[in-house]
Write a protein that binds this ligand. Structure first.
Ligand SMILES: Cc1ncc(COP(=O)(O)O)c(C=O)c1O
Length: 461
């Protein structure tokens, strides 16, 4: 069904149930409570290796986009595999460094970098833990060096980085994020490479910017960055963008600017069970021949996958609280909702949902909505939040459910926990990392008191 996450017998005499690696999802949920994000370490490692192998001919620096899912313990698994990190805030930067990833492998993106965030990315002081902070292996923060690359989104940002770098006496290196005006054919909220989007710099403005920052100052522009949106189903938009960028590289060369780095971003589609996007190998088959000539000219390729590394490795487990028969359909009300996994509400995204231990042994072989079983009920799977957009799935046919049953929401590893929120004062879920028969808590469930403690700490006047 999915690598390392499927329905199997937990023991020879038991019926088939959802297993994450060698751990029974029911047992994990009983021990850690729900809602709960569970990740398979082996699935993560496999997808990272698969990505690297697909693009090996152009030997990219693969910087995991930790906005997809940024738990420190997940990042450490990837850092140990040699991954760099793509970060978009000061907080993400400090997580990435604590994961053990060297600063030289961190790319700092984001349209709104603040002055303190830029200073932290350049100087040896941890913006959360201070100058005494120690890295994963006890190394002092003071010697950590500047971030490998800034992905720069505007002329104003170039000036700001240059000014801060000069005042600190540190050299900064940057890629200009180009807006190539290419349609990635994603949901309109996740398209980033069109001219109407806030991201990147118009092609026509890029040469002048390079000319301006070629001499003097502490910021050196050494490359180009492009990210078109997410998730992208086919290689076509990337091929279009690489062609546009290739022309730009030639134009820049004719004005005396040598491009050393091309970062082609993330966004590679993943099969959630609805519209099968191209496999990562197909993206590579289409893109490697376009990137190889650039590589041969000495241009270093950087990629920023997030979803394609972590999406299928994560499952959201939620306990059914009520089953309510409405006038036109049933509502299965669980303890997870839009506050736990916002993608269905925000992007009308599809996630396959199925009981962890379905009655009658109705275990699915794939993630398709239409499962070939009799006796299913039609229902919406919803949460406790006071919004009509609070749903995880709508109009689904599921095996009969009762309060107390455990539901699994599949392919929830990316943009699940990282986008979860406290709306309606619901604490954020716990996270566990499964490796074979071992299951480790990697983030305790947020306690309700944490939501109000900072307000209680402020004196009434
Ligand atoms: C600049 C940039 N790089 C990489 C990514 C990661 O995209 P994905 O998780 O779809 O691979 C994003 C996601 O929005 C992004 O904005």
């Amino acid at each position: 069904m999915l690598p390392f996450i499927d329905y199997r017998q937990a023991s020879p005499d038991s019926s088939r149930t959802l297993m994450i690696d060698a751990c029974d999802a029911e047992a994990i949920a009983r021990e850690h409570g729900t809602p709960l994000y569970a990740y398979s370490r082996r699935a993560m490692v496999a997808s990272f290796r698969r990505f690297e192998a697909a693009f090996a001919p152009v030997a990219p620096l693969v910087c995991y986009a930790l906005k997809a899912s940024g738990n420190l313990h997940l990042l450490r698994v990837l850092a140990d595999l040699g991954a760099g990190m793509d970060v978009v805030s000061g907080g993400e930067l400090e997580r990435a460094w604590l994961s053990g990833s060297p600063m030289s492998k961190i790319v700092f993106a984001g349209v709104g970098k603040s002055e303190p965030e830029i200073a932290a990315a350049l100087s040896g002081s941890h913006s959360l833990l201070g100058a005494d902070a120690k890295g994963r292996r006890g190394e002092p923060v003071t010697g950590r060096g500047p971030v490998g690359l800034f992905n720069i989104e505007s002329a104003g940002e170039c000036e700001r980085i240059d000014r801060i770098a000069s005042s600190l006496g540190i050299d900064a290196r940057g890629c200009i994020r180009v807006n190539p005006d290419v349609d990635a054919h994603t949901h309109r909220y996740t398209t980033t490479g069109r001219s109407e989007n806030k991201f990147g710099i118009a092609l026509s403005e890029v040469p002048a910017l390079f000319a301006r920052f070629r001499n003097g100052g502490r910021l050196r522009l050494i490359g180009l960055h492009v990210h078109l949106g997410s998730p992208i189903a086919t290689p076509g938009p990337y091929a279009e963008a690489v062609a546009v960028i290739g022309d730009l590289i030639d134009r820049l060369a004719s004005q005396g600017t040598t491009i050393e780095v091309l970062n082609i971003g993330g966004g590679y589609g993943v099969d959630y069970g609805q519209d099968a996007p191209a496999a990562i190998e197909s993206f590579a088959t289409a893109l490697v021949p376009l990137l190889a000539p650039l590589k041969a000219r000495g241009i270093r390729i950087v990629m920023e996958p997030g979803r394609s590394i972590i999406c299928q490795a994560g499952v959201l487990l939620t306990r059914v609280q009520y089953v309510k028969q409405g006038r036109t359909k049933a509502f299965v009300i669980g303890d997870a909702g839009m506050h736990t996994l916002i993608r269905p509400a925000l992007y009308e995204a599809y996630h396959f949902v199925w009981p962890a231990t379905p009655r009658g042994g109705l275990t699915p072989g794939d993630l398709r909505e239409d499962q070939p079983f009799d006796g299913l009920i039609t229902c919406d799977v919803v949460g406790p939040v006071c919004e009509s957009s609070d749903f995880l799935a709508q109009g689904r046919r599921l095996p009969p459910l009762e309060p107390g049953d455990l539901l699994a929401v599949f392919c929830a590893g990316a943009y699940g926990m990282s986008m979860s929120m406290n709306y309606n004062d619901h604490p954020r879920p716990a996270e566990v990392l499964v490796d074979g028969s071992a299951c480790r808590l990697i983030r305790p469930r947020q306690r309700a008191i944490e939501l109000i403690a900072s307000e209680l700490s402020v004196e009434e006047r």
